[in-house]
Every structure is written in structure tokens, then in C-alpha cells.
Ligand binder design. Structure first.
Ligand code: PEP
Ligand code: MG
Length: 591
């Protein structure tokens, strides 16, 4: 039966494919595709994990027998018996084999996928006793996953599975060939997203998340349709269901009828045509109708994204979110050499164009995967994140600074510091940079000059511009956080997503002031939050005096099209009326 789920539209376009549900296991598992020759080895890893847990249970059973009924109650023995039975459950075993063999999921992914399938069957059971066995199943799968952790997959690189291009007709008629897959999850950590970045998913759906949550940001950077904040989607959609993601409208259609499929297939092709048309602007310089040159830069997450940035015609990297190098590593942080190599790859990849490397911004919605989602902190967005985290761990910070300074010997590097608010944080940061240089001098290691920049993403910073302009060469406005902190809206929380408003007069005032002050002092300023890539805001930002925008490579050409159509001499007075308006959104629509 066809039904629709509504969420937040965060990454444009239409995706049509079969649902892959990612179970929310308490054990962190990797999700990647294996290749056919590895199937047997993956099945063997699950078998070895199961055998290890069965052995553990049998040992426990024996010790219970030795203890006697007084010390070990009968229920304990019965429970272990249930666990042993569940471990040998035919459906579990055959299901896991199915996901590995047919879908080429890695062992851990196959196990958690099948757990999800069986858990749903438990949920639907009438009998309360049987329903409660779901928790036992979860426990047992978790133990197998833990047992497998010691025997990681020998597959070093996360392999990709090529997708055959198919027509909508093919999709309906033939289920046995490769079809696009769309990912459905309650939540995805940034580390998870990073893994999926190298995979073949045609779209993403998550129950939670806001417009500028990191799931949304990474989906946009991959330029694939995504809907977040879709509440109960991971419960309503079942493994393998056909799903349409409308990333423009924020709608998910489950089990679509052939007519709906045909309609969305048409929309999908229209979107592709439009993107094709934009390609014609690739080599056109971004200059407004009245001759103002505008710098369009790229936001990247990994050094390899530099290639995408160049392909999209970016004139540099305006934001390299270095924290993605720190994630998904089971808490083992990258050392100086590793970071240096990564930054150097990005710098060399940009072939002489500037690369703005932001120092690590972990915490809040971007946890390192070894820390369980900051649950211990009352208010992670207001807690130890970004520069606060770096200053709390000087050895880690100095390691990163040395690596960035060394990469600067290979090209133009700008060093950007996130989340600064206090004068003493600025002083400490600058002292650490000097210290990192001195350490490299002592070691006789070559390094290069860097321009120093600060992110303006806390209202306190936007209201202390004099201080920032005194110490930094340039400023970059992080509107995602600036909006979050100005309006007291958790950017990752879908329940307050309707209040997340880039056009709130207070937000606009802070953005406009920052641009104006920088221009008055002759300092470079850019916007690197999601506002920069939103084509409905391009004219307004141009009118406010912005000449440097940093965004996901996929958005560059659409923003360029807006720039080419703009006349800033006329936009400037209009932007002032928007700024002074009680309802800037309305004013903006009036044009
Ligand atoms: C921002 O806050 O606008 C920004 C660009 O940083 P991030 O989204 O990584 O927090
Ligand atoms: Mg930020």
C-alpha cells in the first residue's frame, strides 16, 4: 500500500530505490559493500563470532550446574538456554547469509540488518512473553558483534559496487539485477555518513536531524536527495520496500504505485536535465551584471573532495572540515604525519588555489565515535566543542597545527579557527600557533605561511568584531551555528526545525554587520554556512556586500547562475529594506 511520510527537505533531487534499513545497534558497526570473492570469508566471520558466543554460554551453563540451584537460580539456566536457541535460529542465520550473498553487505551490517527484520516480527507478536524475547535477541546479536570486533574484516578499503543504469521500467520488471538503494536510519553519525560517502546509496532518510545537522550537510555534499527529521520512517519503512525520496519537497513515498513511480521518474529526469544545463556555466567567471567579481569556494570534508571542488569550478576551498579525519577511528586520533599527508593531498589537489583548513570541530552533533554521542553532557551544543575541545587538549591541538603549517609549504593555506568567542581563547589559540611554529623550527622541519581566520558563529563573536579584526586576517561566517546560537535552536533537533530561520532579523543583522565591518576594515569575509549555497539567499547576501561564498561543490553552479543574473548596484538598497523589515522573508519574496 502506498503511503507518504513528511520530513525536512535537506538535499535536493529525487531518488528512487529499495530501502536499506540501518539498525540502531548499541555496538558501533561498519557498513560497507564487500566483493563477491569475499562472501565466504564474511560468512565465516559471523560463524566464528556465533561459535565464540555459544562457547561462552556453554561455559556459563557448566558453571551454573557446578554452583547448584541455591546459588544459581533456575531462571538463569533457562535464560541461557533461550540465548543458545536464538543464536542458532534458522531465520537469523539464513537472513545474515542472504544479506551477505545477495546484497554484498559486510558481516556486521548483515547481522544488524537481520536483527532489524526479526525484531519487527517480535514487535508484532501478541504474546507478551515472546515479544519480550526481542531484548534477548538484541543482546545476543550484540555479543556476536563484540566477539567479531576482535576479528575485523580483512577488507582494507571499503569497496564500491557499481550500479547499472536502469530505466524506471527495468526497476519495476526486474528485481534480481542491481537496483539503486536508499538508506533509512533512525540517525546517522557523521562517522557513518563518511562511510556511506564512499558507497552507492542513491538517497538518505533519517528519523531525526535538522536542516543543518551533519547528516544533511554530508548528504548535500554528496549531492544526493535526502529527507531528515522524518520521525518514524525507520519504523514504517521495511527492509527492501520501494521508496521514493523527494529531496525538494521533504516527502518520502513508500511502496509507490506505477503511476506515481512514472511521475517521479519524469521529475528525476527533469532535474538531471537542469543540472546538465548548469554545466554550461562551468567556465564562466562569476561576475555580476554590473561587473562585481564574486568568489565561489567549496566546502569539503575529505582531501579527496578537492577533485569535486575543482570539477565544480570552485576558486578554492573555503572550508575544509578537518574533524572528518578524526572520526570513525575508534578513538585513535590521526598523528601529525597522517594529518600532514591529508592536508597536503587537499592542497596539492587544488592545484595552487587556496585551501582553508578549519581546525577540528568535534563535539555536539559531531562526536568522535568512541564517545557515546555526548550523552553525558547536559547540553552538548553549548559544551566542550570545536576550539574549546582543542584548547582543552593542547597536545592534540599542537599536533594538528604543526600538520597544517607543514602542509602550507605546498600551496596557499588559510587556517581557520571555529567557535571562538573570548579574547583569552584568541590569545591562547595564537600562542599555540606560535608554539607549533617554534616546535617545527626546533625540529628543522619546513613549513609555510598561513593566513589566519576566525569563524563568526557565536553571537558574542559577531558582537565583538573589533577584537576579531585586530587579530585575524579574515573572517568566515558560520551561519549554521550562528543561527543555532542566536535563536536558541538545536540545529540537529527536528522538533524545533520550524524555528530555524536564516531570515530572522537578528540573524540578518549579525551577518550584515560582520560583512560591513570587514569591508570597512579591508578584511576578507566569506559565508561558509549553508546560507551560502542557498540560491534563494544569493541576491540578498550580494546586496549586503558579500563577495565570497563557500558551499558544497554541487551548489556552486546554481549559485553562479544567480550571481550572473544580479546587479548589485540595485541589490544594495533593496537588501537594506529587507534588513530593516519586520518580516524579511516576505520582503525577500516580493523581490
Ligand atoms: C557553520 O556553523 O555554519 C559551519 C560552517 O560550521 P559547521 O556546520 O561545521 O558547524
Ligand atoms: Mg559551525
Amino acid at each position: 500500500m502506498t503511503f507518504a511520510i513528511h520530513g525536512l527537505a535537506v538535499s535536493r533531487g529525487i531518488a528512487i530505490g529499495r530501502a536499506v534499513l540501518v539498525a540502531s545497534s548499541r555496538v558501533d558497526v561498519a557498513h560497507y559493500f564487500i566483493q563477491s570473492p569475499q562472501i565466504e570469508a564474511e560468512i565465516e566471520r559471523v560463524r566464528a563470532g556465533r561459535d565464540a558466543v555459544a562457547e561462552e554460554i556453554r561455559r556459563l551453563q557448566e558453571s551454573i550446574i557446578r554452583m547448584g540451584p541455591k546459588e544459581a537460580p533456575h531462571e538463569l539456566g533457562a535464560l541461557l538456554e533461550v540465548h543458545l536457541m536464538l543464536l542458532q535460529d534458522v531465520e537469523l542465520i539464513s537472513g545474515v547469509k542472504h544479506w551477505i550473498t545477495e546484497r554484498l553487505y559486510n558481516a556486521e551490517w548483515a547481522l544488524t540488518t537481520q536483527l532489524e527484520v526479526i525484531a519487527r516480527q517480535f514487535d508484532e507478536m501478541e504474546d507478551a512473553y515472546l515479544r519480550e524475547r526481542k531484548a534477548d535477541l538484541e543482546q545476543i546479536v550484540e555479543r556476536v558483534l563484540r566477539a567479531m570486533k576482535g576479528a575485523d574484516s580483512p577488507i582494507a578499503t571499503h569497496s564500491q559496487r557499481p550500479l547499472r543504469k536502469q530505466s524506471q521500467q527495468d526497476l519495476l520488471l526486474d528485481d534480481t539485477v542491481d537496483v539503486p538503494l536508499v538508506l533509512v536510519a533512525h540517525d546517522l553519525s557523521p562517522a557513518d555518513m563518511l562511510q556511506f560517502k564512499q558507497s552507492v546509496f542513491a538517497g538518505f532518510i533519517t528519523d531525526v536531524g535538522g536542516r543543518t545537522s551533519h547528516t544533511a550537510i554530508v548528504a548535500r555534499s554528496m549531492d544526493i536527495p535526502a529527507v531528515v527529521g522524518a520521525r518514524t520512517s525507520s519504523q514504517l519503512v521495511r527492509q527492501d520496500d520501494w521508496v521514493i525520496i523527494d529531496g525538494d519537497a521533504g516527502v518520502i513515498i513508500v511502496d509507490p504505485s506505477p503511476i506515481i513511480l512514472a511521475e517521479y521518474g519524469f521529475k528525476q529526469r527533469q532535474g538531471e536535465l537542469e543540472r546538465g544545463r548548469l554545466q554550461r556555466l562551468l567556465h564562466t567567471p562569476a561576475i555580476t551584471m554590473d561587473g562585481e567579481r564574486v568568489q565561489l569556494l567549496a566546502n569539503i570534508e575529505m582531501p579527496e573532495d578537492a577533485e569535486l571542488a575543482l570539477k565544480a569550478g570552485a576558486l578554492g576551498v573555503g572550508l575544509f572540515r578537518s574533524e572528518f579525519l578524526f572520526m570513525g577511528r575508534q578513538g585513535k586520533l590521526p598523528n601529525e604525519e597522517e594529518q600532514y599527508q591529508a592536508y597536503k593531498r587537499a592542497v596539492e589537489g587544488m592545484k595552487g588555489l587556496p585551501v582553508t583548513i578549519r581546525t577540528v570541530d568535534v563535539g555536539a552533533d559531531k562526536p568522535l565515535d568512541d564517545s557515546p554521542r555526548d550523552e553525558a553532557h547536559l547540553n552538548p551544543a553549548l559544551g566542550l566543542r570545536a576550539i574549546r575541545w582543542s584548547l582543552a587538549d593542547p597536545a592534540m591541538f599542537l599536533t594538528q597545527l604543526r600538520a597544517i603549517l607543514r602542509a602550507a609549504a605546498h600551496g596557499q593555506v588559510h587556517l581557520l579557527v571555529p567557535m571562538l568567542a573570548h579574547a583569552r581563547e584568541i590569545r591562547q589559540t595564537l600562542a599555540h600557533i606560535d608554539h607549533a611554529r617554534a616546535m617545527l623550527d626546533n625540529r628543522g622541519v619546513v613549513y609555510g605561511p598561513v593566513k589566519l581566520g576566525a569563524m563568526i558563529e557565536i553571537p558574542a563573536a559577531a558582537l565583538s568584531l573589533k577584537l576579531f579584526l585586530k587579530h585575524f586576517d579574515f573572517l568566515s561566517i558560520g551561519t549554521n551555528d550562528l543561527i543555532q546560537y542566536t535563536l536558541a535552536i538545536d540545529r540537529a533537533d527536528e522538533s524545533v526545525a520550524h524555528l530555524y530561520d536564516p531570515l530572522h532579523p537578528a540573524v540578518l543583522q549579525l551577518v550584515a554587520n560582520t560583512i560591513a565591518e570587514c569591508r570597512a576594515q579591508g578584511k576578507d569575509v566569506s559565508v561558509c554556512g549553508e546560507m551560502a549555497g542557498d540560491t534563494t539567499l544569493t541576491r540578498l547576501l550580494l546586496g549586503l556586500g558579500l563577495r565570497s561564498f563557500s558551499m558544497h561543490p554541487a551548489q556552486i553552479l546554481a549559485v553562479k547562475q544567480e550571481v550572473l543574473r544580479s546587479d548589485v548596484s540595485r541589490l544594495a538598497p533593496w537588501a537594506q529594506t529587507v534588513l530593516e523589515s519586520e518580516d524579511p522573508a516576505l520582503q525577500l519574496r516580493r523581490g
